[in-house]
Design a protein around this ligand. Structure first.
Ligand SMILES: [Zn+2]
Length: 106
């Protein structure tokens, strides 16, 4: 009695599975024949946006602080009196005024 019931359940499951697979295969064939144009268009705009990303700036020249040796972008550096560059005005003042008064800087 119970075995017969199980056979019917299995048969129904197999039938449902076959119907689902057939439906998925037919849907795939339809989408492959005519891909939605909106999807490819959004992919193209995404690639263009990646090319012209505002966060990706061109490589900036790096300058080295003459006082502490720290590397920093030229935009953030402080120009010294003798063509040298510093990470901050404090290091520029320390380096360029140190020979005159080392005790005054402390
Ligand atoms: Zn420095």
């Amino acid at each position: 009695m119970m075995g017969k019931f199980t056979v019917w359940i299995v048969l129904a499951g197999v039938a449902w599975l076959g119907w689902t697979l057939w439906r998925i295969g037919r849907r795939r064939a339809e989408s492959a024949a005519s891909p939605p144009p909106a999807e490819s268009e959004s992919a193209r705009t995404r690639e263009q946006g990646a090319d012209a990303a505002p966060g990706e700036a061109p490589p900036e020249p790096m300058l080295r602080c003459a006082r502490c040796g720290l590397y920093l972008p030229a935009r953030d550096s402080v120009a010294g009196a003798r063509g040298s560059s510093y990470c901050s005005t404090a290091h520029r003042d320390l380096t360029e005024q140190a020979p005159r008064g080392p005790s005054a800087s402390r």
